[in-house]
Design a protein around this ligand. Structure first.
Ligand code: NAP
Length: 271
């Protein structure tokens, strides 16, 4: 039996695309989750919580490669610190981390920045934990996933008048395109900071939303809202974009056509 690859966040949106790709490549896969799961498709599940550190030593034991995709809107620095603390003495030879495009360009300095865009600060802090871990590492910064923007659009569409941040643009990327690249990096040599990955097109925030509304046959008023703070200013300047790295294949329109097209064809039932 070969050393398993540990995937944190293997039950999440990205992780669910990574696991079959690793399995197809012939890898043994172990998934860390806070909840119990029955083994499926030869994937082993280990219960642990990166916020408390509980169960993490058992999760990393014997794993030479760790793909760290567990995350939440807050606390990624602490999660990553707990992971590294267990992984360092366990002989991990490659720590792969997924971060976000713009983590290094979106300043999170004021209370307003932290309240609205603290996520970017915590991703940058987690990147530093990985880079300073002493373990061989690879970090990939990805743009916003289609799935995330769909969830946001679904929530916003419940409002009669939808506020969108003035001047914000996005370059959404398909989750499976990110998974493919992350698996490629995982199976390669530690590469440090890899070139960013972003989707094929840049859209204004209102255009993304209108695309979703159109695909659902909905009509809503959209109002641009000016957001204060340094982080919002950087976002208006395009700090979350990587036009020179428009390497994702699937467009927002293609994604919507498959996932949303008509109410009767929704996969989740709520698209
Ligand atoms: N979504 C985007 O647009 C985007 C863009 C760029 C980068 N990223 C990064 O990509 C990664 C994956 O994002 P995603 O959208 O796939 O996330 P997601 O669907 O919200 O999944 C989060 C995952 O993290 C795990 N997790 C959360 N807290 C944990 C904890 N305390 N201990 C152990 N596991 C924990 C969850 O596992 P259980 O619930 O099973 O415990 C779940 O598998 C994140 O690091 C995110 O920052 C996302």
């Amino acid at each position: 039996m070969t050393s398993p690859i540990l995937v944190t966040g293997g039950t999440g949106t990205l992780g669910r695309h990574i696991i079959p790709r690793l399995r197809d490549a012939g890898c043994d896969v172990r998934v860390l989750s806070r909840h119990s799961h029955s083994p499926e498709h030869d994937v082993e599940f280990v219960i642990g919580d990166l916020d408390t550190g509980e169960g993490i030593e058992a999760a990393v034991a014997g794993a030479e490669t760790v793909v760290h995709c567990a995350g939440s809107s807050k606390g990624d620095e602490e999660k990553t610190t707990n992971l590294v603390r267990a992984a360092s003495p366990a002989g991990v030879r490659h720590l792969v981390y997924i971060s976000v495009v713009g983590a290094d360009r979106i300043p999170v300095v004021s209370r307003i920045d932290r309240a609205m865009f603290g996520y970017f600060g915590s991703k940058l802090a987690a990147e530093r934990v990985v880079a300073d871990s002493g373990l061989p590492w690879t970090t990939l910064r990805a743009a916003q996933f289609h799935d995330l923007l769909l969830t946001v659009a679904q929530q916003m569409a419940k409002l009669p008048l939808i506020p969108v941040p003035a001047g914000f643009r996005f370059q959404p990327v398909d989750t499976d395109d990110v998974a493919a690249r992350l698996v490629e990096l995982t199976l390669g040599e530690p590469a440090g900071l890899a070139p960013d990955i972003a989707g094929p097109r840049v859209y204004g925030a209102a255009d993304l939303l209108r695309g979703y509304l159109r695909s659902r046959g909905k009509h809503r008023m959209v109002a641009a809202v000016w957001l204060p703070g340094e982080a919002a200013r950087a976002l208006r300047a395009g700090a979350n974009l990587a036009p020179e790295r428009a390497v994702g294949h699937r467009t927002w329109e293609d994604f919507l056509a498959e996932r949303v097209s008509s109410p009767g064809h929704s996969r989740s039932g709520q698209a």
